[in-house]
Design a protein around this ligand. Structure first.
Ligand SMILES: [Zn+2]
Length: 98
């Protein structure tokens, strides 16, 4: 039986570690991934803050995209309702006349 523990060399720190030190398909180990994540967060802090700011600055705390989506949905529902009503009216007329 082959009892060798599978290992992988981390592309970030260069250390050879057991596969349990890696997230499934990552080429860097868990500690390195944590560092990468922390770096990403700090690099994007400004971006995240800006998007939060955008949210807060709009009326009632909705972003333009959210408001647009709500209106778009409302228009769609209204259109469906009109079609349904039109269909019912047509049916009523048919039965009324017959
Ligand atoms: Zn590493």
């Amino acid at each position: 039986m082959n009892n060798t523990i599978k290992t992988k060399k981390c592309t970030t720190c260069g250390e050879v570690k057991s596969l349990t030190d890696y997230h499934s398909n990552y080429t860097y180990c868990r500690p390195c991934k944590a560092l990468v994540n922390a770096e990403y967060k700090s690099k994007n802090r400004e971006k995240i803050a800006r998007s939060n700011n955008k949210y807060i600055n709009t009326e009632k705390g909705y972003t333009k995209e959210t408001v647009d989506a709500i209106f778009q949905r409302a228009r769609k529902i209204k259109a469906i309702r009109l079609v349904k009503n039109g269909f019912l009216n047509a049916l009523e007329k048919i039965f009324w006349l017959s």
